[in-house]
Write a protein that binds this ligand. Structure first.
Ligand code: SR1
Ligand code: MG
Length: 399
């Protein structure tokens, strides 16, 4: 835990209007005389204010707290994560503006981001939990990962310039959270882990030496492979969907130069969790559809990478043959990272409503299905999205 010595004023619903009035970049976005302000933050870290005026115009203000909201002030945490999120919006916005919210302004003194109001969208996790279908969303997120995974990597940026960017975007505290919560603690055991008593055996089974070694390999990759400026926390709770097809990745505070397969993996892992929910609720049709999302996301990613490959900045060695190897590497990484992310949703600190809102017995059965999937993904490391989906289907439908 790192002490945070910064002092800055936190927003409150009553002070938001004054704040907007005082900032030139925000003037005209909403009429503060008729503003309705709701604090809607339901994530683990930040304050989020939805601000809408009588004419229906809106803006969202997101402010980083100096601690982890999920735990409280006893876990101080750097608010400079807002700087990383502003960087993600700026850089990803150059290449995939249709895949993220528009950033109106960033206040680095109070760590406040003013972003597009997407309240006509829905958080994808909630939609999946309710059994909704949003066709095409997975493919769009795969394309987004492929586009920024190319444009912010050695394939899209001149080598020396890229190194300067990697150095500027280093984000030790945020990476440490992922390294601990996702890539270590589900396998090492930790005081802050929690799970249903019925899952004790399943949780302990993750502490087998061969699974720990697999987690170690993935953690090493996460800590050392600065492949591209990835989103870094692309689970289904970081994606908004709209019935019209708009699909946006938000909450980019975990962005850093890391392994591209990690972004695809978080999508896959959270599809595993949805599959487990569908299985215990007997939602066969929805489950069959969710099982197609693994390939849909992958296909979007692969199509994007293939279409951008002819413009690779250094074709001397990054040739067509290497592209095939690169795809193989990302697929293998994604299967492994997906396992670690799925594991932490059952036995780690940060669980998800997809599972936590189930009745006790169903929740335990779903949890066992997820852990069974985790074990097989780590031990078998399947080489295709279809195989990952097949394993997840098999394990989550064991009952
Ligand atoms: C203590 S923060 C826990 C989790 O919340 C964020 O959304 C990230 O997923 C992080 O791992
Ligand atoms: Mg988040």
């Amino acid at each position: 835990m790192t002490a945070v010595d910064e002092t800055y004023e936190l927003l409150e619903p009553e002070t938001v209007g004054r704040y907007i009035d005082a900032r030139d970049e925000l003037a005209g976005l909403v009429d503060t005389a008729t503003l309705d302000v709701q604090e809607i933050g339901d994530g683990n870290l930040n304050l989020v204010f939805l601000c809408r005026d009588a004419a229906g115009r809106g803006v969202v203000l997101k402010q980083a707290l100096p601690y982890v909201r999920l735990v409280g002030p006893s876990w101080p945490f750097t608010p400079r994560r807002a700087v990383a999120e502003a960087r993600a919006y700026a850089e990803h916005g150059k290449w995939a503006p249709e895949s993220i919210p528009k950033l109106h302004a960033f206040d680095p003194e109070r760590y406040i981001l003013a972003v597009e109001d997407l309240s006509d969208h829905r958080v994808w996790r909630g939609a999946l939990t309710d059994g909704e279908r949003h066709d095409g969303a997975a493919g769009k997120m795969g394309r987004y990962v492929g586009r920024v995974g190319f444009r912010t990597s050695p394939f899209g940026v001149e080598a020396k310039e890229l190194k300067r960017r990697v150095a500027a975007a280093i984000s030790p505290e945020l990476c440490e959270i992922t390294e601990d919560l996702v890539l270590t603690e589900p396998f090492s055991g930790a005081e802050r882990n929690w799970y249903q008593p019925e899952l004790e055996d399943a949780a302990k089974s993750l502490q087998a030496p061969e699974l720990i070694a697999a987690a170690g390999e993935l953690k090493h990759a996460f800590m050392t492979r600065a492949e591209a400026l990835i989103h870094g926390d692309l689970h289904t709770g970081s994606v908004m969907v709209h019935p019209g097809g708009s699909t946006r990745a938000f909450d980019g505070e975990f962005c850093f130069y890391g392994p591209v397969g990690f972004d695809l993996a978080l999508l896959w892992a959270n599809f595993v969790v949805t599959l487990a929910r569908d299985a215990v609720l007997g939602r066969d049709e929805h489950g069959a559809w969710v099982a197609t999302l693994f390939e849909e996301a992958w296909n979007g990613f692969e199509a994007e990478l293939r279409s951008l490959w002819p413009s690779v900045v250094d074709p001397r060695v990054f040739n067509e043959l290497y592209l095939e190897r690169r795809l193989e590497q990302v697929r293998r990484d994604a299967a492994g990272f997906a396992a670690t992310e799925a594991a932490r949703r059952v036995v780690g600190l940060a669980h998800v409503p997809d599972l936590e809102t189930l009745e006790e017995d169903a929740r335990a059965a779903a949890g066992r299905g997820v852990i069974g999937t985790v074990r097989r993904l780590l031990l078998e490391r399947p080489a295709s999205a279809a195989e990952v989906a097949a394993i997840a289907r098999e394990e989550t439908s064991r009952g």
